[in-house]
Design a protein around this ligand. Structure first.
Ligand code: HEM
Length: 479
């Protein structure tokens, strides 16, 4: 059968299925967690599965992750990521000999998402979110009803776009609202694009992608004010290469914008949702927020003008733990590497496996996140799971051995998300302002909200339906 191969000595157990080309892809996508657990029962912690034209070796024992992560020369991430990104976002493949733009140099610029520049980004997000919330124009006693995922998208796309790509001197509410709608349409197709379904077959996705790319062409970006340093530098870097057309550069900007909001918005949704569903968590987080706001004597009237520093946000331990617990529940990004040559991957002592050039090696963190040996009652949301003695808890055990990798929403090693600090701070700012300013509650829930697993392996899962909520200016709080 096409694609079938024989297992060689030293290679992990092999599961190929019987369907030509697809192999076990359908079983895997139907429920990755259940599928991997059943393979583990049969084969142990290391096995290879044939999935849609690729042999993927899964390493399920978290104590072996480090051996994969350390081998970043033989097990490459960048080539695979660039390939995928260029197909999904329609930009040229960097490192193509015809386009001598260094992907490595481009990566160095992501350092501007951290350190001193992170403080500036935090300040921008604060300013832009205060501005956005002031536009809501709520009167003090009036409840306003909305849909939670939609609210998170509207607010965070506007705030992230303004904080990264700057603000326009003209009113751009209409354009931003169109950007949000198009972004959501494109994002719905994201799993299909990753699965390499040709964009032509995905209705009008190609046109929507072009429209989105057009928001980022240089004549649109040039007049914007307060652009983030990371974007300014990235723009300068890409524009100095005459090989890249304006459209190519814009497509790169769009890819980064997708990375910046594609996971942050659903993560914010879940963080808010779980807080609203768990009153004890809501109260603990809100008390902590009030404490910080009061100590800073923050302005809430006549217009909201909350300004908190990174240190203030760092001090929100309950909130930080609630966000980590949210990540544990709903993050499902698979860490993939591609073997650059036939070689022996060595683990501790005499444990080792043979890998072939072109095969993938995968780590699937949701299995760790839901492991009852690591997390007591993993199916239960406990907002304070990641705190201990008033600080962030960082020691977790499996059996009696301490784990290095216990929570992995942001990937690992060479594929670690460079925007992780920015993302966590953005979510913290969002929740701090919303809980600080508003009373907020779920209105009705006709059916239980579940995670839609069609993005399993690709990042933060989405909810399978909307949640209706309402909010009003906080009562019983001096403003
Ligand atoms: C909750 C929010 C976020 C999550 C869960 C997340 C997760 C991830 C993960 C898992 C990867 C690795 C991808 C892989 O292994 O295939 C990644 C890569 C990346 N992320 Fe994030 N991310 C988030 C927010 C952000 C933000 C806010 C930014 C930028 C402002 C950002 C920028 C990037 C970039 C540029 C890459 C690609 C890095 C590379 O090519 O090496 N992310 N992210």
């Amino acid at each position: 059968v096409l694609g079938r191969r024989r297992r060689r000595d030293g290679e992990p157990p092999l599961e190929q299925g019987w369907i030509p080309y697809l192999g076990l892809a359908l079983e895997f996508t139907r429920d990755p967690q259940a599928f991997l657990l059943s393979c583990q029962q049969k084969n142990g912690d290391i096995f290879t599965v044939y999935l849609a034209g690729k042999y993927v070796t899964f390493i399920l024992d978290p104590f072996l992750y480090q051996f994969v992560i350390q081998k970043n020369k033989q097990l490459d991430f960048q080539e695979f990521a660039m390939d995928l990104s260029s197909k999904v976002f329609g930009h040229p493949h960097l490192n193509d000999p015809k386009i001598p733009v260094s992907n490595e140099q481009l990566h160095k610029l992501y350092n501007y998402l951290q350190g001193k520049e992170l403080n500036n980004l935090i300040e921008s997000v604060m300013r832009n979110l205060n501005h956005r919330l002031n536009l809501e124009q709520l009167k003090s006693t009036e409840w306003k009803t909305d849909k939670l995922l939609d609210f998170c998208y509207r607010t965070m796309i506007e705030v992230s776009f303004a904080s990264l790509y700057g603000t326009s001197p003209c009113d751009e509410q209409k354009q931003i609202s169109e950007l949000m709608q198009k972004f959501r349409k494109f994002d719905k197709m994201f799993p299909y694009l990753v699965a390499k379904i040709p964009i032509k077959l995905l209705w009008n996705t190609k046109r929507i992608r072009e429209d989105l790319i057009n928001y980022f062409i240089s004549r649109e970006l040039d007049g914007r004010l307060n652009m983030a340093f990371v974007i300014e530098k990235r723009k300068e870097f890409l524009e100095q290469h005459k090989y890249l057309q304006d459209h190519d550069i814009a497509a790169h900007h769009f890819a980064l914008f997708w990375a910046a909001v594609g996971n942050t918005v659903p993560a914010t949704f879940w963080a808010m949702y779980y807080l609203m569903k768990h009153p004890e968590a809501f109260t603990a987080v809100r008390d902590e927020i009030d404490h910080v706001l009061q100590s800073k004597d923050q302005g809430l009237a006549p217009v909201f003008n909350i300004r908190l520093s990174k240190e203030d946000l760092d001090s929100l331990i309950n909130l930080g733990s609630a966000i980590n617990e949210t990540f544990r529940f709903c993050s499902a990004s698979m860490n993939i590497r591609v073997s650059q040559e036939d070689f022996t991957l060595k683990f501790q002592e005499d444990r080792r496996i043979q890998l072939r050039k072109g095969d993938c090696v995968a780590i699937y963190p949701p299995l760790v996140h839901m492991d009852p040996e690591i997390y007591n009652h993993p199916e239960v949301y406990k907002f304070d799971r990641f705190m201990e003695n008033g600080k962030e808890k960082t020691t977790f055990y499996k059996g009696d051995k301490k784990l290095r990798y216990y929570l992995m929403p942001f990937g690992s090693g060479s594929s670690m998300c460079p925007g992780r600090y920015f993302a966590i701070n953005e979510i913290k700012i969002f929740i701090t302002l919303i809980l600080g300013i508003f009373d907020i509650e779920i209105v009705k829930e006709e059916k239980l909200i579940k995670q839609d697993i069609n993005r399993a392996g690709l990042g933060i899962l989405h909810p399978n339906s909307e949640v209706c909520f309402r909010y009003r200016l906080r009562q019983g709080r001096k403003i």
